[in-house]
Design a protein around this ligand. Structure first.
Ligand code: ARG
Ligand code: ZN
Ligand code: CA
Length: 243
């Protein structure tokens, strides 16, 4: 894959109140964050500690808002079972999921900020769901998840990234330049935060694939970049997106 990859984005908004029917400005603020975070243009990119300055990545993927679909509903929380992606069940069907990233914005419930489908799943449910209160940086976006990083994290999953702690104690995220983490980090850890995993590395708590607050995550690594870009390569699960 050579050069910049451009991803058309379709945003599907399901609302049961006027607050949930988020503004175009809030939607655009989220697209802007994705473009910054995936291109090393986020204003906090320079906060990456020098320990990780060789690892921090400009991923080189850009996002273009193509369509916003809106639908009024009586459902006040949608859960994580993909019903929001199905018009027959009151949701909004995915638009051209092989060539466009579909985002669904609705109230999920259960304290879930967002969730994503990994590459290789059913096209009809492909994409990312984000709770409207954790989407973008303006309007209803709510601290400490009001910097658009839930979508950055979930698009990381959509491009095959695992959590940095590998979803188990000192687990493997299949990325070589990310250190082993004991488990998920929350809030805003102070630097350096040492792992008790083998070798006691300093944890990369500022990585988007951890669980810290939005203001405390500001990098992908080069190994994560390689893993994401591999999905677009010929024969890769997202090759239909490559130009
Ligand atoms: N799937 C995760 C959750 O719902 C997303 C975490 C995103 N973290 C963040 N700082 N925005 O909990
Ligand atoms: Zn996650
Ligand atoms: Ca690793």
């Amino acid at each position: 894959v050579n050069g910049q990859i451009e991803i058309p984005v379709v945003v599907n908004v399901l609302y049961s109140s006027s607050a949930e029917n988020i503004s175009l400005a809030q939607i655009q603020s989220q697209i802007d964050v994705l473009n910054q975070d995936f291109n090393g243009q986020n204003t906090d990119f320079n906060q990456v500690p020098t320990t990780f300055s060789g690892a921090k990545a400009n991923v080189g993927i850009s996002f273009v808002l193509e369509t916003v679909n809106r639908k009024s509903t009586r459902k006040t929380s949608w859960g994580t079972r993909d019903t929001m992606k199905n018009a027959k069940r009151g949701g909004i069907d995915a638009t051209s999921p092989d060539t466009k990233l579909n985002l669904w914005v609705c109230t999920i419930g259960g304290g879930i900020l967002g969730y994503a489908q990994f590459p290789g799943g059913s096209p009809s449910t492909d994409g990312v769901v984000i709770d409207s209160r954790y989407f973008g940086t303006t309007g209803t976006a709510t601290y400490p998840f009001n910097k658009g990083r839930t979508a950055t994290h979930e698009v990381g999953h959509w491009l095959n990234l695992r959590h940095i702690w590998g979803d188990t104690t000192c687990g493997n995220d299949q990325v070589n330049d990310t250190p082993s983490h004991n488990t998920a980090n929350y809030g805003c850890p102070s630097y350096p935060h040492y792992s008790t995993c083998s070798g006691s590395p300093i944890e990369m708590t500022m990585n988007y694939m951890d669980y810290t607050d939005d203001a405390c995550m500001y990098m992908f690594s080069n190994g994560q970049k390689d893993r994401m870009l591999a999905t677009f390569a010929p024969g890769g699960p997202r090759s239909s997106f490559a130009q």
